[in-house]
Design a protein around this ligand. Structure first.
Ligand code: NOJ
Length: 516
């Protein structure tokens, strides 16, 4: 592996140097000057319930799979910490809104905790205190003209539903859509942008086919595909409920947010393979919704069917959609929600056999991916600053799916803490430059969201990785929030609706500008 890494590093160096050297003079010049965002372009930041709220059992809330995991296996996180209090946004929402005002945000993306609103998991009992919390947050934001962009499900599944199989149980289609209907009824008069599910492949692959996220089932090559099918149908059902029952009076938009890395072939021989990897990794969820034909990507269906047969399974491990389901899922998003962070290289070599568990997702796609050691990166081991990959990703979405409206719903950079975060600023600027390049070439990108407004519980990394524009002091009972340098830079981008590569902020005092 180490030898192949060195070889691939060299190969990639030449590829990368071409990308750098071959970049047009016009583009280089553009990056040195102030670039304007199109009229109507919107800026926001994001968080998620379990990562910031705390109040894990406050006022009638019942446990989610993350409460269950972190309480039963405390050192399942790097620092043996949990989200019991987190950034305490359950109590500090007014300060959170104040930070949004300081940044001058157009919108704020947050998620609802299913078990805070429906402690039984079902709509038989609505927890008024939980509803009140979200009403307070939404109303406080709207007071200052900050639009709520609400995710229904950001990974904190009710533990009770997990015990009944979670996303592998087809009944989740009803469980999820009942919950979605309650949310539309309660908040849809004020919430005009909905996300059904955050990062489907993280939910299914990391939760069911590996041990990276709760519920850590690790039933490889089987459970993640059952999850994928049910999740897509559940999403589509919620979409159609909104579309038919709520959109006529509430008039909002609804979609799902995909997590997509860019996968670049290491050499010309890997072009087809890299495309297969993209289809497995995120085409799995995007193709059923955005392609003309719907259904899982053909390359997935073929490869998994062939492998399953060779492995002695009686049928393919990839569940099949009925034709009604294909139709129900196809087109079930008003926009392409995209969480985009980084890039990997793809290759195949002789050492592939025996490399992975069999069966497994990676064995099914028959490729290896890696990031060259010279790519500069964040505190998160997987997160390298590769803006050209982001550009390629945006271009592919435009070309493959007939230029859908794209909402960038997460993009961001982790550090180990501290207020001087020049690397984060470099990352945000480089990605906004790539985004502007894609817009100039015709991509219909309408929103950009920094992950995250503030430091938060980074899942199994605990609090060891910090993504916030605001630092959170977890040692203080007040969970004091302090703007980092990047907060000042982002504020200026939002204020000026432009990207000025030379802007140096005065970080002595953060203010709220007039009109916010
Ligand atoms: C994706 C997830 O949606 C979010 O919860 C996570 O914290 C960030 N990426 C950073 O890893």
């Amino acid at each position: 592996m180490s030898l192949s890494l060195v070889l691939s590093d060299i190969l990639h160096l030449s590829l990368l140097s071409c990308i750098l050297l071959c970049e047009s003079e016009a583009l280089k010049e553009a990056r040195q000057s102030v670039r304007k965002f199109p009229d109507g372009f919107q800026f926001g930041t994001a968080t998620a319930s379990y990562q910031v709220e705390g109040g894990w059992d406050a006022d009638g809330k019942s446990p989610s799979i993350w409460d269950h995991l972190t309480h039963n296996d405390p050192c399942s996180t790097d620092d043996c910490k949990n989200g019991d209090i987190a950034a305490d946004s359950y109590n500090l929402y007014k300060r959170d809104v104040e930070m949004m005002r300081e940044l001058g945000l157009d919108f704020y993306r947050f998620s609802l905790s299913w078990t805070r609103i429906l402690p039984t998991s079902f709509p038989d009992k609505i927890n008024e205190a939980g509803v009140q919390y979200y009403n307070n947050l939404i109303n406080e934001m709207l007071k200052y003209n900050i639009q709520p962009l609400v995710t229904l499900f950001h990974w904190d599944l009710p533990q009770k539903l997990q015990e009944m199989g979670g996303w592998t149980n087809p009944h989740i289609v009803d469980w999820f859509s009942d919950y979605a209907r309650v949310a539309f009824e309660l908040f849809g008069d004020r919430v005009k942008n909905w996300i059904t599910i955050n990062e489907p492949s993280a939910v299914c692959f990391h939760g069911y086919g590996s041990v990276t996220l709760a519920p850590m089932l690790n039933i490889q090559g089987v459970a993640e595909y059952m999850c994928a099918k049910n999740l897509l149908v559940a999403h589509a059902k919620a979409y159609h409920i909104y579309d038919k029952e709520f959109r006529p009076t509430q008039g909002g938009t609804i979609g799902l947010t995909h997590n997509a890395f860019w996968y670049e072939p290491e050499t010309e021989n890997d072009v087809e393979l890299a495309e297969a990897v993209r289809q497995f990794e995120w085409g799995q969820y995007a193709h059923p919704i955005f392609s003309k034909t719907g259904d899982f990507p053909p390359v997935m269906k073929e490869k998994i069917a062939a492998k399953s047969a060779a492995q002695g399974f009686k049928r393919t491990r990839l569940p099949e959609f009925t034709s009604e389901e294909v139709e129900m899922v196809r087109g079930s998003s008003d926009f392409f929600g995209l969480n985009a962070y980084t890039t990997f290289l793809v290759y195949k070599n002789e050492s592939l056999e025996g490399y992975y568990d069999v069966p497994s997702f990676y064995d099914d796609y028959e490729a290896l991916t890696y990031q060259p050691t010279h790519w500069s990166g964040a505190a998160s081991v997987w997160l390298k600053d590769v803006p050209w990959g982001f550009y390629n990703l945006l271009t592919k979405i435009r070309e493959d799916y007939d230029n859908p409206p794209v909402f960038i719903l997460e993009n961001g950079y982790s550090t180990r803490g501290g207020l001087d975060d020049d690397d984060r600023i470099t990352y945000i600027r480089s990605h906004l430059n790539a985004l502007l390049d894609a817009i100039e070439e015709g991509s219909d990108i309408q929103k950009y969201t920094v992950w995250s407004l503030m430091d938060n519980f980074e899942w199994t990394r605990g609090y060891t990785e910090r993504f916030g524009l605001y630092e959170v002091d977890y040692e203080s009972p007040q969970r004091t929030r302090t703007p980092r340098k990047s907060a000042f830079v982002y504020k200026e981008i939002v204020r000026s609706r432009a990207l000025d590569p030379h802007y140096e902020p005065d970080t002595t005092v953060m203010t709220i500008d007039e009109g916010h």
